[in-house]
Design a protein around this ligand. Structure first.
Ligand code: SAM
Length: 431
């Protein structure tokens, strides 16, 4: 076993772990210490390898930080949902903004380009994925909640301060119905979305539901007035999702436009963050011809159309594209939104395809949009608006755009995933 050491925490990493130099021993590099804060002296026991260093278990806080505060949630020590509830609010907001400034500074941008963080309220999450797990042992019970930190154990949630209260109120009811139907040894991912007309539940599992579970879930949907329960076999595509119970198609209003939500489609996780992000995008977009790449169900395309723009909206998810086209048509924007399915990694839009486009919006998944950014960099669109949930891949793509002649004007960080290490941002570039 590695010896205990006392170290000083130098920084708070992107996962919310305190980072210290490993003072000795054969292992060099850094120590990553969950629960420790910058400036603190802590006694730790180094353990497993992680990246360029080791994870270390916090044994004692020798000198606490002035920014240390009591975590408000009773599950904080175990639950993997939140990583930074033990930091005072101002310092927490400064750390979130720093995740963005550090990432852009690394590739040579001026950190002053980063505006103050826009915070969102907790208890706003309208969507979450829970884990249901029943151990193999005979008579074992089913656990339902969030995974613990860096493990596949499941914390039985009694409270959750980030979930919308209506979503939290469904948790004990789901736990009750799942207790009887998750088979021994099975793990289910249970995604729940609070739509405007009821809950939308999608279960992903390594097996078919079978008649008993299907019946129990259908009865549960009836009794609780859920909009839809659907099932997806692990490893299959979205096209394979089967409804278990469908009372009505879940609908969410995005910027005032009702959108019928396909099961498992991407949605911004909180209504408040969705409004903040779409307002930033609409405000930054110029001209009447806009491209919205990685558009999903139209979080940005719909308000852009409502503001009068003609929008070329592209996403790899055909169900999202169909939902956007339907919503735009119903709202009377049918002639303004041209929605197309396309894989933008395998087949990025070529620079020549953006002829007459004045603003290009792009909002890729965490991996970023390396190939697409290369093409955007060759266009003559006056504006590019990048939305990102990963400051590191954003910084890489931003560099591609500036090497192509764009100027990075400003970046606004948005704290959608409160108390986690995730941060969203909206960046504006101009030619
Ligand atoms: C972060 S989400 C943004 C969606 C939308 N802008 C919104 O705010 O709701 C990323 C989107 O990228 C899409 N996507 C993922 N991989 C893709 C690919 N290879 N080609 C095109 N779209 C892709 C997903 O379907 C998803 O809608």
């Amino acid at each position: 076993m590695t010896d205990e050491v006392t170290v000083e925490i130098e920084a708070l990493g992107p996962r919310g772990d305190g980072i210290a130099k490993n003072p000795g021993g054969r292992e060099r590099g850094r120590l990553y210490i969950a629960g420790a804060l910058p400036g603190e002296q802590v006694r730790v026991r180094p353990g497993n390898k992680r990246g360029d260093g080791l994870e270390a278990k916090l044994l004692e806080i020798v000198t606490p930080s002035n920014d240390r505060t009591a975590p408000p949630c009773r599950h904080f020590a175990t639950c993997g949902g939140c990583s930074v509830q033990h930091l005072a609010l101002d310092a927490y907001h400064a750390w979130k903004r720093e995740l963005v400034t550090n990432a852009i500074q690394r590739v040579g941008f001026d950190p002053e380009l980063v505006a103050p963080l826009i915070a969102t309220k907790n208890a706003g999450r309208r969507r979450a994925t829970f884990a249901a797990f029943r151990p193999r042992a005979r008579d074992s019970k089913t656990f339902f909640g969030f995974h613990t930190r860096a493990s596949r154990h499941v914390v039985e949630l009694e409270e959750c301060l980030i979930l919308h209260p209506e979503l939290m109120a469904l948790v004990p009811k789901l736990r009750e119905v799942l207790a009887d139907i998750v088979p021994p040894g099975a793990r289910w991912d249970v995604s729940v979305t609070l739509a405007d007309n009821g809950f939308d539940v999608l279960i992903v599992a390594a097996h078919e539901p079978g008649p008993d579970a299907s019946m129990a879930l259908a009865m549960f949907a009836d009794a609780q007035g859920l909009a839809r329960v659907a099932w997806q076999l692990e490893g299959t595509g979205r096209d394979e999702i089967e409804p278990v119970a469908l009372h009505r198609t879940p609908v969410l209003e995005l910027s005032g436009v009702p959108v019928e939500i396909p099961p498992g489609v991407f949605l911004q996780a909180s209504a408040e963050a969705e409004k903040v992000l779409s307002a930033l995008v609409v405000e930054a977009s110029q001209g009447s011809r806009v491209a919205d790449l990685y558009c999903g169900v139209g979080t940005f395309a719909l308000p852009l159309a409502a503001a009068g723009a003609k929008v070329m909206a592209v996403d790899g998810d055909s169900a999202a594209i169909a939902a956007l086209a339907r919503a735009a048509g119903t709202a009377g924007f049918g002639g303004q939104v041209m929605a197309a399915q396309r894989d933008l990694v395998r087949q990025p839009m070529a620079a020549a395809e953006f002829r007459r486009i004045e603003t290009i919006v792009f909002d890729p998944p965490r991996a970023g949009a390396a190939a697409q950014a290369e093409e955007i960099a060759q266009t003559d669109a006056a504006r590019v608006v990048a939305v990102s949930c990963n400051p590191m891949t954003f910084a890489r793509d931003a560099l591609t755009l500036t090497e192509g002649g764009y100027t990075l004007e400003r970046i606004t960080p948005v704290d959608q995933f409160v108390w986690s290490g995730h941060v969203e941002l909206v960046a504006v570039f101009s030619r």
